[in-house]
Design a protein around this ligand. Structure first.
Ligand code: SF4
Length: 189
């Protein structure tokens, strides 16, 4: 997935076809609230970077939402730094990599946080609704909820991938960027 490049104007379309539920959820909340708390900015920001969103485009994307809430001046002062930081342009200049499923699943999102893994952190009703939204219903949905009850969150995500792409995913999902690149492979085949 490192070789591909995505543009901020394609994010909504790509989210519909190829983002895992955790990232679809954060995009939805960002569009709704024009804001994401720190945990969400990290999880989603690094995912987008991993999917091939370049720094300048990332700044455009985050500024377009945050400026509606806090104004562009405050965005530039308080938030642009962390985005540049994620790209290794500030501070210790570490080039941060995106979070694995394991890391996301073990997060402890608080009130008002939207990061984390929906299979782990949503209640059953919300998860049902979110999966319905992705076009997953019937036996597939019940099978996924069954995996969730047994705490097999990545397996539940893998089954969602299979149900929405109509292919089997034998390797299983272990990283949101892997989900994205596998999806793009299927759709571009
Ligand atoms: Fe995201 Fe991984 Fe959870 Fe799927 S299993 S929703 S990719 S954290």
């Amino acid at each position: 997935n490192d070789a591909t490049e995505i543009s901020s104007k394609d994010i909504d379309q790509l989210a519909r076809t190829s983002f895992p539920l955790c990232m679809r959820h954060m995009l939805e909340k960002l569009r709704e609230n024009h804001h994401l708390k720190h945990g969400g900015r990290m999880q989603f920001g690094l995912f987008l970077k991993g999917a091939g969103l370049k720094l300048e485009d990332a700044l455009t994307f985050w500024r377009s939402e945050f400026s509606q809430k806090v104004g562009s001046e405050r965005f530039d002062k308080e938030y642009a730094y962390t985005i540049r930081h994620n790209y290794g342009k500030e501070g210790k200049r570490t080039d941060y990599t995106s979070y694995s499923c394991q890391k996301i699943i073990s997060a402890t999102p608080g009130v008002g946080d939207h990061h984390g893994c929906p299979y782990r952190h949503f209640g059953e009703e919300n998860l049902r609704a979110a999966l319905n939204n992705m076009g997953v219903g019937g036996n597939a949905l019940e099978g996924i909820l069954d995996k969730v009850k047994n705490r097999h969150y990545q397996l539940a995500c893998t089954m969602t991938f299979e149900a929405t792409h109509g292919v089997s995913c034998d390797t299983g999902i272990n990283h949101p960027n892997q989900y994205f690149s596998e999806s793009q492979k299927v759709l571009q085949a």
